[in-house]
Design a protein around this ligand. Structure first.
Ligand code: ARG
Length: 288
């Protein structure tokens, strides 16, 4: 039984139980006193609002539109999840460098920011089930000779500080290498590539592809490499917040089962997701 239906079941059984008590009272007493409202029948509390941290410089996942509103795939996805879970979300633009700390400090209840689930991060926060598959991708100028990740060894490479892109590049070039150029945001790294300050940028494929497509003047080229491990994005909650995590996972399962995930995916990426993300959730999962 889903969390939702469990709750409904419990509420219902409370009402039924209260009904039995009243009926029993009615038989014994001539004039039963007016029934006190059963606690379970009390009106549902107003939906809770959770504060969501996101580094909104990561189109098409999370970014600001012309009006300064935070929009994108992640926003649509979490809004849909929240609707299923009966809670509300308020997105707050949160720089990547402080984002995990904001969760730890309790300033944010949830993080959705194209965060790759890693064992290291799992030590300090809990993740939802994965909602998106990703992989690192190299961006270079069209004229570049780079053909594979290994070719970056002697080059200047731009990354966003503290991302999985930073991790893989640091590993290849060496911890103390001055050729790893770290930027506050991925678009800043890509601008530097366009300006010629770095020879390549390594970042999440979805963001690199989006940037290259929208900046034809930059004359970029992308280079994929199977050396990059598959990554998966998860929604983060504070370590131990099992209740919120369950709400999120239930919502994710529900939007995958009813097709809204695919709709949101198609709205952002223009096509249904490729397997396995496209695979419909097993029929047993959520139908109720
Ligand atoms: N997926 C990468 C990671 O987890 C990069 C995420 C960066 N997200 C962002 N909104 N800037 O490290």
């Amino acid at each position: 039984m889903s969390f939702q239906s469990t709750r409904r079941f419990l509420q219902l059984s409370g009402v039924i139980a209260a009904g039995f008590v009243l009926a029993a009272c009615g038989k014994k007493e001539e004039a039963p006193p007016p029934a006190a409202p059963a606690p379970a029948a009390a009106p549902a509390p107003a939906p809770k609002t959770f504060t969501v941290g996101t580094d909104a410089a990561y189109a098409p996942f999370e970014f600001q539109n012309e009006k300064g509103e935070i929009v994108g795939f992640s926003v649509d996805l979490l809004n849909a999840v929240a609707a299923k879970g009966g809670f509300q979300v308020k997105f707050v633009n949160t720089p990547w460098e402080g984002i995990f700390n904001s969760l730890q400090q309790g300033d944010r209840d949830l993080l959705i920011s194209s965060i790759t689930i890693t064992d290291e991060r799992r030590q300090t926060m809990d993740f939802s089930n994965p909602y998106f598959d990703a992989q690192q991708l190299i961006a270079v100028k069209g004229s570049s000779k780079v053909e594979k990740f290994d070719d970056l060894k002697k080059l200047k490479v731009g990354v966003q500080t503290g991302t999985t892109g930073d991790e893989v590049v640091t590993k290849l070039l060496g911890k103390t290498s001055k050729n790893v150029k770290r930027f506050e945001s991925t678009p800043l790294a890509l601008k530097e590539l366009e300006a010629g300050g770095v020879d390549a940028v390594v970042a999440d494929n979805g963001v690199v592809i989006n940037y290259v497509a929208n900046n034809p003047g930059g004359q970029f080229r992308t280079v994929a490499d199977t050396a990059f491990a598959p990554e998966q994005y998860g929604i983060a909650v504070k370590k131990g917040n099992a209740e919120l995590l369950e709400l999120v996972n239930e919502g994710l399962a529900a939007i995958k089962a009813d097709g809204s995930y695919d709709q949101i995916y198609a709205k952002t990426f223009g096509a249904a997701p490729a397997a396995p993300a496209a695979a419909p959730a097993p029929a047993t999962a959520a139908s109720k």
